[in-house]
Design a protein. Structure first.
Length: 557
């Protein structure tokens, strides 16, 4: 039986602070901007806010490279701003969740500086530092962002350090108990400050097998995907269990793991009653159509039966094991409406369908900033317009595989993480109301039509649709069913029909979505004739047959 928790019935929202709201005109979103927009979020129906990193950072990977875990980067504000945010959130019954990035830190962190000064001293053991003779690297792993995971340790000709992400993100050595204690101390310090918990970054990477293990090369560069070493690593559970006991558990913190894992027992291990975290993201849709060989080989659109299969597989495996977190997008992915709808099918009604099938699944809904107004991918006209550090590598790989420059740009334009990172579109005034200065990253020119101010004014907008979905989730009549009701597929074999029951103790709902541009007929079961939500004006029922428009969705009670 699932143990009930305070956060189950809530709704969560991810803020990417750099692009959310700028209050001092430097073109960079800040903590005061978050404070100013709390009422906007409260009004939407949000309770839990996950802040992407705002710690001190050289921003080589936009804050996921932390140089001081216990201070706020001046670009985002001050510790006083953070404390004010905590107070303001609390006074609105809202919760702040921070990003915990402890697979690696920044190469500008004091620990790494000291490790460079004295690799044989105590801080050398906080990292993976190896002697290298004749340029022979200890292994052939390829970093997520391209190139070998090894780089020269600054100040040393014959020593290299390991980084599975950017070279400015040296991996922390979790085998060292002293490092683990430092991390736990820092976590507890933040929890004592009053944050509700953490989103836990890239966490499966903290356990490595013997770092001298090589694997067969999978590209001409002679390197091999990090996935190979992850498969070989054993003992992750011990680290995570220890972290939970030493930190989260003592504070009843809410934790949501960024867990990419194909382990059979993943759900149970990570989010079962005795699991490491409160929740973890379901990345099955995110992973659909992806290729290990690079973005050029990934599918640019995942929809209909493919999307359904991903969502349903997780829901069926999940049962009562634990509480998953459902997303359509985040700061690492293309905009959901540009990826989970067939190309050029992102009308507002199609966006509403996608919203409904995602929010009505069992689990905690996380909305990524801008998703609630249907922000889309950007069209980049040159690789130089893209700032994200992963993109160049993917561009080069596409070229290496024979794509023309134009085709390669087209590919990276779809997948670049900058799609999700363009400034939030508040209104149709210059710079979309995001800043009075020059935004750090290009705005999506469609802000003149897609923006929050317009949608707040218009009762049938996507914004109001999200608001209605979240209020249904919290309503006294249907709340229990939506939060805890059993997930049961309906007419699962019918092509591009995504339909499911949510069967609770206090009632039952049926969600029916026509996940294709063409109309489709659906036989409804008896009962379920009360239309709670409908993204179209029509409800064409003949006998038991519902004639649905393309991308129509209805929630029936
Ligand atoms: O992402 C971890 C991760 O697995 C990434 O490789 C992800 O698949 C990739 O960014 C998709 O292009 C987390 C953060 O969410 C990401 O923003 C950071 O860059 C990364 O960790 C390193 O901290
Ligand atoms: Ca600012």
């Amino acid at each position: 039986m699932l143990k009930k928790q305070w956060w189950h019935g809530k709704a969560a929202y991810q803020i990417y602070p750099k692009s959310f709201y700028d209050t001092n005109g430097d073109g960079i979103g800040d903590l005061r901007g978050v404070i100013r927009k709390l009422d906007y979020l409260k009004d939407l129906g949000i309770d839990i806010i996950w802040l992407s990193p705002i710690y001190c950072s050289p921003l080589a990977d936009q804050g996921y490279d932390i140089s001081d875990y216990q201070n706020i980067d001046p670009r985002f504000g001050t510790m006083e701003d953070m404390e004010e945010l905590l107070r303001e959130a609390k006074s609105r019954d809202m919760y702040i969740v921070m990003d915990l990035v402890v697979n690696h830190c920044s190469d500008e962190h004091e620990w790494f500086r000291k490790a460079c000064e004295d690799p044989d001293g105590p801080y050398g053991k906080y990292f993976y530092i190896e002697d290298v003779k004749d340029g022979k690297l200890p292994n052939n792993w390829r970093s997520y962002f391209g190139g070998p995971v090894w780089d020269k340790l600054p100040g040393h000709e014959d020593k290299y350090y390991l980084h599975v992400f950017h070279k400015k993100q040296p991996d922390l050595n979790w085998e060292n108990p002293a490092l683990r204690q430092e991390v736990y101390r820092m976590i507890n310090w933040w929890l004592e400050k009053g944050i509700a918990g953490f989103r836990i970054d890239a966490i499966v990477n903290i356990k490595k097998p013997d770092i001298h293990t090589c694997y067969p090369a999978d590209r001409e560069d002679g390197l091999t995907s990090v996935q190979n070493m992850l498969h070989d690593a054993s003992g992750l559970d011990d680290f995570l269990h220890e972290m939970k006991i030493e930190t989260f558990e003592k504070h009843q913190a809410f934790t949501v793991g960024e867990v990419f894992s194909d382990r059979e027992d993943a759900l149970n291990a990570f989010i079962g009653n005795d699991g490491h975290f409160s929740s973890m993201f379901d990345f099955s849709e995110t992973m659909a159509g992806k290729s290990e060989d690079g973005w050029y080989a990934c599918q640019t659109s995942v929809w209909g039966d493919t999307y359904k299969k991903c969502a349903f597989d997780t829901q069926k495996r999940l049962g009562d094991i634990g509480f998953i977190s459902n997303i359509i997008e985040n700061h690492d992915e293309p905009r959901g409406v540009s990826h989970y709808l067939p190309e050029s099918c992102n009308s507002e009604s199609a966006k509403k369908m996608l919203a409904a099938v995602n929010v009505m699944l069992r689990g905690l809904p996380f909305i990524y900033q801008g998703q609630e107004i249907g922000m889309t991918n950007v069209s980049f006209s040159s690789i130089d317009e893209i700032d994200d550090c992963t993109t160049r590598h993917e561009y080069d790989q596409a070229i290496a595989r024979g794509l023309s420059e134009e085709e390669a740009l087209h590919v990276v334009s779809h997948f670049t993480r900058d799609n999700a990172r363009t400034p939030f579109q508040w209104n149709d005034s210059p710079q979309a109301g995001f800043t009075t200065g020059t935004p750090w990253l290009k705005l999506n020119p469609n802000y003149t039509t897609i923006n929050a101010a317009e949608q707040i004014e218009r009762p049938d907008s996507l914004y109001h649709w999200y608001k209605d979905l979240l209020s249904l989730r919290k309503s006294p009549v249907y709340g229990e069913t939506i939060v805890y009701g059993e997930f049961v597929p309906y007419l699962e074999e019918q092509t591009n029909l995504m339909a499911f029951y949510r069967n609770g103790e206090s009632g039952s709902l049926l969600v029916v979505a026509n996940y294709q541009p063409e109309p489709q007929d659906v036989e409804l079961p008896d009962g379920y004739r009360k239309v709670l939500m409908n993204n179209m004006e029509n409800f064409l029922l003949e006998g038991n047959t519902l004639h649905m428009d393309g991308f129509q969705v209805v929630i029936l009670g």
